[in-house]
Ligand binder design. Structure first.
Ligand SMILES: Nc1ncnc2c1ncn2[C@@H]1O[C@H](COP(=O)(O)OP(=O)(O)OP(=O)(O)O)[C@@H](O)[C@H]1O
Length: 683
């Protein structure tokens, strides 16, 4: 007999589970209060009895810590239960193991495990549990999963999906499929009214393979626009935190994200999955820290902006060269050259009678070659003085020791990063490839190689990071990956889409990243979930990707509207905004090519509810947003308007990238406008 066979039975079972969950939550409330009261009593006791003996204090201290730890775990349990009370589960499989006399067990799957200690049953399985993997991987019939004791084979006899909201079952679907299309369609047709959401209920098989990949030390995910890369990467983090509990915690992970708005946009996913948020940083922050915040430099955003507005051939050449593997090879050769030529030893007269000979000092520089060059001086000084002690029974004073160390440091000609970096271009015979801007501002393309040199000279590995997640991988150059590899020699998940590069002269493909990191398994995501077929088809005109497969979801065809002049275009955009406001859509992105165009447009539109997102913004905002394509990258909107798509505004390859990014932000509706006679040749 099937457990909870009918929908009626399922509905009543759901209420039963919710009642039980609420009961346990109220028990935990009592338990938390008990712990808090006990801790307060201890505090009072300690406060009122100043003369208690040390033994008693020690034992009380242990009890306090114990109560505190138990209290924390009860709070944590309460938090998890409170999180699942609204949506206890979303799926179910009935599984029977192949071995003899095994019963069919109904496996209800939700965001967290719920083990009822009273009935000693696991009522709900965490979506990350090994057994739950079958929900995503198999249809009805034979199935298997990996348990800690090996592969478990069996048979799935029933598969159900539920849509439960606020404790009420909206509907349930019984299906043979992995994830039923109707449920996926419903999720995808929903409006984007908030930050990124979790997708546990509808993870697709190919996405599940990426989430649960535990083998790859470096996983490189190349996925088309809207294929769920960012979502999947965050679910992967939640999965790894579950699978490696005890050895991996949220604080061991670091996300490199393109900007603060994006970081804010994705910040809800991990908490929704019951995990704590993970530290986040940017490439610029990392490089700046390596260089001790010593230099002023143009940001990546400024580099892209210059390429969009006033690119010069030599600027492009500098960026292109610094993004090549040839450049990395030269830099490595130069580091070897520094090793062999930058340390020029001299005799050091330590006292009236004792001089340390230059040959001896030189020898020590090479003896300690396992250390980065600038870290050797301390070890060399100690070694030299130890040897003198052994040979001449001579002990030095601190002053003499410091003097020797200072002298050794002075013998090294590579103590100034920037000077060494400039020397490099002279050494290569290409001094023209280094250009400092007005007020000693460095170009963005110079920051990563400068940091690479700094690490070679001074070290700086950050071993506290155990997993690094890099989003928008295409926008980082090979030398930036080299720096990442040196700083974070840990496991990595790297994801992006070559077609969405805003850095065409310094971008990286999955193969280049694999080469720069010297390893990496590449996995592809080809199905696009974000946009309707019509929008995806339109985007394909701008950049064709033969591997792309749209999810069958239909909507209105994108519109390209022509106007006689700017004024008419502006008034049409205003009308489109009014139409949007009257529609059921929740978000609208007006995406311009550059930030200054977006800023100008926001001023001209003069509509009170529009939020202008600049590269300095830090919060994701809902509603109507006006921004540049660069800032819109990674975000999505129900509706997108792209103004000024005339042939002058969008004509170069970098313009094409910007247009592609802008178009692929739209989920349901897309309109492009221009004034003048010709629209861009890209559409
Ligand atoms: N299995 C899924 N079920 C439901 N929604 C999904 C699924 N996979 C992806 N999506 C949705 O598709 C949209 C795009 O996801 P996401 O932003 O992670 O894609 P991306 O590949 O990082 O996009 P891009 O590179 O274009 O910024 C999101 O709304 C996400 O919720």
């Amino acid at each position: 007999m099937v457990f909870n066979q009918t929908e009626k039975q399922e509905r009543s079972y759901l209420q039963q589970i919710i009642t039980r969950l609420k009961q346990i939550i109220s028990h935990t409330d009592v338990s938390v209060k008990d712990h808090v009261d006990t801790l307060a009593e201890y505090k009072d006791y300690l406060w009122n009895n100043k003369d208690i003996d040390p033994h008693e204090i020690r034992s009380m201290r242990e009890s306090i810590l114990n109560h505190f730890a138990i209290g924390e775990s009860v709070i944590d349990k309460r938090r998890r239960l409170a999180q699942i009370v609204d949506i206890p589960y979303f799926g179910r499989i009935d599984f029977q193991e192949k071995s003899e006399n095994r019963p069919i067990i109904p496996v209800y799957i939700g965001i967290h495990t719920f083990h009822d200690t009273e009935s000693r049953t696991t009522v709900i399985y965490d979506w990350r549990a090994p057994i739950s993997s079958m929900f995503y991987d198999y249809e009805l019939g034979e199935a298997s999963y990996q348990s800690p004791s090996g592969e478990i084979k069996g048979d799935i006899s029933l598969k159900r999906q539920y849509r439960i909201r606020a404790g009420k079952m909206e509907f349930m679907i019984e299906s043979a499929l992995t994830v039923h299309d109707d449920i996926l369609q419903k999720e995808l047709s929903a409006n984007a009214d908030d930050k990124m959401k979790n997708i546990v209920a509808t993870i697709q098989r190919e996405q599940n393979r990426i989430i649960r990949n535990e083998e790859a030390r470096t996983l490189i995910i190349q996925g088309v626009a809207g294929s769920g890369k960012t979502s999947i990467a965050l679910h992967r983090i939640a999965y790894l935190l579950y699978a490696f509990q005890g050895s991996l915690s949220s604080n061991d992970i670091l996300i490199i994200s393109p900007n603060k708005v994006f970081a804010d946009y994705i910040s809800n996913v991990l908490p929704e999955l019951g995990e704590e948020t993970v530290p986040e940083t940017s490439m610029e922050q990392i490089l700046s820290e390596v260089l001790n915040h010593k230099y002023k430099y143009f940001s990546f955003f400024e580099q892209v902006n210059e390429l969009l507005t006033k690119p010069t051939p030599d600027f492009i050449e500098r960026i292109e060269y610094k993004s090549s593997f040839d450049f990395i090879a030269s830099l490595d050769r130069f580091i070897l050259y520094i090793e062999n030529h930058y340390f020029r030893a001299k005799d050091v007269k330590l006292t009236k009678h004792i001089t340390v000979p230059s040959e001896f000092i030189e020898e020590q520089f090479h003896r300690f070659n396992r250390y980065p060059m600038r870290q050797r001086f301390e070890a060399m000084t100690d070694y030299i003085l130890d040897m003198m002690k052994v040979q001449y029974a001579f002990t030095v004073t601190t002053v003499e020791r410091n003097f020797l160390k200072k002298e050794i440091k002075r013998m090294f000609a590579g103590n100034n990063d920037l000077q060494v970096y400039k020397d490099f271009f002279v050494w290569m015979g290409k001094p023209e490839l280094f250009k400092m801007r007005k007020n000693r501002i460095l170009e963005y393309a110079d920051i990563a190689p400068l940091a690479y040199l700094h690490i070679a000279l001074e070290g700086g590995t950050k071993n506290y990071v155990k997993h690094l997640l890099v989003d928008e991988m295409q926008d980082y150059s090979p030398i930036q990956y080299k720096v990442m590899q040196k700083l974070f020699p840990c496991r990595k998940t790297v994801l992006g889409d070559t077609n969405q590069s805003v850095n065409p002269y310094g971008s990286s493909t999955a193969d280049m990243i694999q080469k720069a990191l010297i390893m990496g398994e590449i996995m592809k995501l080809c199905k696009s979930y974000r946009s309707t077929c019509e929008i995806t088809e339109f985007a394909q005109q701008i950049r064709t990707n033969t591997e792309l497969e749209p999810v069958a979801r239909h909507g209105k065809k994108p519109q390209v509207l022509q106007f006689d002049n700017e004024k008419e275009e502006l008034s049409a955009i205003k009308n489109l905004i009014v139409t949007h406001q009257a529609s059921a859509y929740k978000s609208l992105g007006i995406v311009c090519k550059t930030e200054s165009q977006a800023c100008e447009m926001a001023e001209k539109l003069q509509i009170p509810d529009i939020h202008f997102l600049s590269n300095q913004s830090s919060d994701f905002v809902q509603g109507i947003v006006i921004t540049s394509a660069h800032m819109a990258k990674g975000l999505e909107f129900d509706e997108v308007i792209i103004p000024q798509v005339d042939d002058k505004n969008y004509h170069s390859e970098i313009d094409r990238s910007m247009l592609y990014v802008a178009v692929t932000r739209a989920m349901h509706r897309l309109t492009l406008t221009y004034s003048g006679t010709k629209h861009t040749p890209f559409i």
